[in-house]
Ligand binder design. Structure first.
Ligand SMILES: Nc1ncnc2c1ncn2[C@@H]1O[C@H](COP(=O)(O)OP(=O)(O)OP(=O)(O)O)[C@@H](O)[C@H]1O
Length: 508
């Protein structure tokens, strides 16, 4: 899709949000170094950069949850101040929508919106007026759900809209979004970008952080590229295309490559699901994972693809059908060969954020790091973690630092290291490059392919057809819980995959 961009008068207006010469250091890491940024009302400013380049740190400084070491900030009507408190930032209309959305899952949509409950001089609460405000807020973002329903019952895209509705309903004027599209399908992304476009036309200012460069060229009025905490370029969006952004971010071009496809061999699969059904999730699914091959599972959110991955990992039970490992029926998940499952959601299912990076890396491979008496060997743990830090270029100075201090993309790498460390026979990956920058994404793809070339059987579930095409030998398409078909990767392209996962049949 292509959204309209803003008139030049908005781009030339004084900024409602600005950083001048802002620096921030954490221990030995210079997260931001002399950063300038200016965001104007009625515009979308895209902030891009590799994992760990400082995007979230800058966001936290604007939100008042981190203090800069140097430089000045302009936030709403507060000009050139050394820092702002979280309360000042909110009072000036700054609203940050973090990736976890900061919603209360067990509360209703209406409760989460937190629109002011009372109004007028005596601040009296009028239930009917309150309901109307909630309805208006939902209408403004185009969300058609019952305001009484608990947020945990909504899809990720709907929750995203609740978070935006809350920002708008509480009179947010400057909205910072940290990778808002990471967990959305293309249709949902298009809808979200359309909404941002509408709100921009109403005069709101947006800082939009994304790793998907197509979104930058679609939505941005202005672009700032960070590398290692420095601004390497900033200016009108017309001066940037995806290739230039990639070069600025990484200092290099990133080539997409496909591997030579491996045919399914005659050998017994390492893991196989035959006729698998789980009520309300998927039915009659066959998927076979062979040594040295990568099978892709394509499907939209809610198609059953994630549940198929979980069932093949032994993490979800089957109603009917059978899971086999090396041709033998698996009666119990513990009968599975050494298999690793890498969840998509590193924040809630993945890492223990308070633990060190090293402990997170080795947690599935305790034998490797245990001494004679079965006691954990600290030195060995660090050694293994340092090896993976180098192999996966995990950006952390000290492997004893808590995983929670890493940037999002680097946390994703720690999850992968954890899965690879025990040298598994099979790996099931769910959206392995969510939140990973474009350069590192190509590296992780290379790593997944190398892992398959070492003989590991891999299932890769992904929202991104391009990623499946780059990595997989065969692509299985799932729709409404059923396998629609499977094709050797070279027989498909991005468009045919989109058509198949949404509704249209692909001509064989
Ligand atoms: N609380 C902290 N303690 C120590 N280091 C930190 C802390 N917060 C951030 N850092 C470091 O600062 C650098 C910048 O991190 P930041 O999260 O801003 O990057 P990012 O550009 O948002 O990355 P990503 O795209 O992966 O989300 C990283 O090297 C990170 O490890």
């Amino acid at each position: 899709m292509s959204t309209s961009t803003t008139s030049s008068s908005a781009v030339n207006a004084p900024p409602v949000l600005a950083a001048r010469g802002v620096s921030k250091r954490y221990g030995t890491v210079q997260a931001l170094d002399d950063v300038d940024l200016a965001v104007r009302a009625g515009t979308v400013h895209c902030l891009v950069g590799e994992n760990g380049s400082g995007k979230s740190t800058l966001t936290k400084i604007f939100a008042g949850s981190e203090r800069p070491d140097a430089g000045t900030l302009t936030i709403g009507d507060r000009s050139d101040v050394a820092q702002v408190s979280a309360r000042d930032s909110v009072a000036e209309g700054v609203r940050v929508i973090y990736q976890d959305l900061a919603l209360f899952p067990n509360l209703s949509v209406a409760e989460n919106l937190a629109v002011p409950a009372a109004s007028g001089l005596l601040r009296r609460y009028h239930p009917r007026a309150y309901r109307r405000r909630v309805e208006q807020a939902l209408q403004r973002v185009g969300l058609r759900v019952d305001p009484a329903v608990a947020v945990e019952r909504l899809s990720v895209a709907e929750r995203q809209l609740v978070a935006i509705a809350r920002a708008v309903a509480t009179e947010g004027r400057i909205i910072l979004m940290d990778e808002p599209t990471a967990a959305l399908t293309q249709d949902e992304i298009d809808r979200l970008l359309g909404l941002v476009d509408e709100l921009r036309a109403e005069g709101l200012a947006f800082v939009f952080i994304t790793h998907k460069l197509r979104e930058v060229t679609d939505i941005a009025d202005e672009v700032t590229v960070l590398r290692d905490g420095h601004v390497v370029a900033s200016g009108p969006a017309a001066d940037f295309d995806a290739e230039r952004i990639t070069v600025l971010m990484t200092g290099d071009t990133v080539e997409r490559q496909r591997r030579a496809v491996r045919e399914a061999p005659d050998t017994t699969p390492v893991v196989e699901l035959r006729g698998g059904s789980l009520s309300g999730q998927f039915s009659d699914v066959d998927v076979a994972l062979h040594e040295g091959r990568v099978v892709g599972l394509a499907g939209i959110v809610g198609s059953g693809r994630t549940e198929i991955g979980l069932a093949m990992s032994g993490l979800l039970p089957l109603d009917t059908g059978q899971l086999y490992a090396h041709g033998e029926p698996v009666r119990n998940a513990r009968d599975l060969p050494l298999l690793q499952y890498v969840p998509e959601d590193r924040l809630t299912e993945g890492l223990v954020l308070e633990w060190s990076v090293a402990n997170n890396v080795v947690v599935n491979d305790l034998q490797e790091v245990s001494g004679n008496a079965g006691l954990l060997n600290r030195g060995r743990i660090r050694e293994v973690a340092r090896r993976w830090r180098q192999a996966l270029r995990i950006k952390v100075d000290d492997v004893d630092d808590p995983a929670g201090t890493l940037s999002g993309g680097n946390q994703q790498r720690v999850l992968l290291a954890r899965a690879l460390a025990p040298d598994p026979e099979a790996i099931i990956l769910s959206n392995p490059t969510v939140g990973v920058d474009v350069g590192s994404r190509a590296e992780l793809h290379e790593l997944i392919r190398d892992t398959a070339d070492r003989g590991v059987a891999i299932l890769m579930i992904s929202d991104e057809p391009g990623e499946l095409l780059d990595v997989c030998d065969e692509i299985v398409v799932v729709r409404d819980g059923r396998v629609i078909g499977s094709w050797p990767a070279p027989e498909l392209n991005e468009e045919t995959i989109w058509q198949t996962i949404t509704h249209e049949e692909v001509a064989a």
